[in-house]
Design a protein around this ligand. Structure first.
Ligand SMILES: [Zn+2]
Length: 246
């Protein structure tokens, strides 16, 4: 993997077992915008990827004739289709209400349970410190809530035996995640070359038909990833802040 400034990712897992990676996001379509090229690349390299989507995406339309109960199943189907295109094996939809997600202990427990069950070496999640993007965008509070719950599920909850002891009763032993890839971070330090998977990313994004115009994806998303590619001297890239837990 081409990564600027740091050594390529090494897994401590035996070679016979695929690496397991997990993406934790607030909404259906977040993973496709942020890291689908990286996800597709990891899958092509033999990793297994699990998506965890915290909300049901049900507030994804302002149209009066598209209330939450109509929107939710559409978002679900779109996310499953996007995951199928990328080769993501497992999609877990936690179905919390879109728009009002909170980083509660309940959410942290749910995510801890999934990390202990699937044992990812790398987790991709958001950066909860990001409130503004330039002078034009307020980060959605669901993004920050999912990111905070994810980080504290990774540490200390997933790796500490007696945090959420009820998980031990479910047979879920502690698991230590090795690396976190934060997306949407103002302190990005890691760029992943997605030149060979950008078309898969575009196709997966277009599966979110209720959210994106195909033309926007073709133009703006391609442009954005091309801009990030310049950081690495490649055609297309995605960017992260990488946290290595030792
Ligand atoms: Zn979102």
């Amino acid at each position: 993997m081409a990564i600027k400034g740091v050594e390529p990712t090494q897994s401590a897992q035996p070679h016979s077992e695929p690496n397991r990676r997990m993406v934790i996001a607030a909404h259906p379509d977040d993973p496709e915008f942020i890291c689908a090229g990286t996800v597709a690349r990891w899958i092509k390299e033999g990793s297994q990827v699990v998506y965890v989507i915290c909300t049901d995406g049900s507030r994804g339309s302002n149209e009066p004739d598209m209330p939450p109960e109509r929107m939710a199943p559409i978002r679900r189907a779109e996310q499953l289709e996007a995951a199928r295109i990328l080769g993501v094996e497992t999609v877990i939809l936690l179905d919390h209400e879109d728009g009002t997600l909170q980083p509660t202990l309940e959410l942290r427990r749910e995510l801890t349970r999934l990390i202990r069950r699937y044992k990812p070496d790398i987790v991709v999640c958001g950066d909860p410190t990001r409130i503004f993007h330039r002078n034009t965008y307020i980060n959605h509070p669901d993004h920050r809530a999912a990111a905070e719950a994810a980080l504290y599920a990774i540490f200390p909850s997933a790796g500490t035996r007696f945090v959420f002891p009820e998980l031990l009763e479910e047979g879920l032993e502690p698991h230590k995640v090795q690396e976190i890839y934060l997306y949407g971070s103002p302190e990005a330090d890691t760029w992943v070359d997605i030149t060979e998977t950008v078309e898969l990313k575009i196709a997966a994004l277009k599966a979110h038909r209720s959210q994106v115009e195909p033309d926007f994806v073709d133009r703006r998303v391609r442009e954005w990833n091309r801009e990030l590619g310049r950081q690495l001297g490649v055609d297309y890239a995605e960017e992260f802040r990488k946290i290595i837990l030792r």
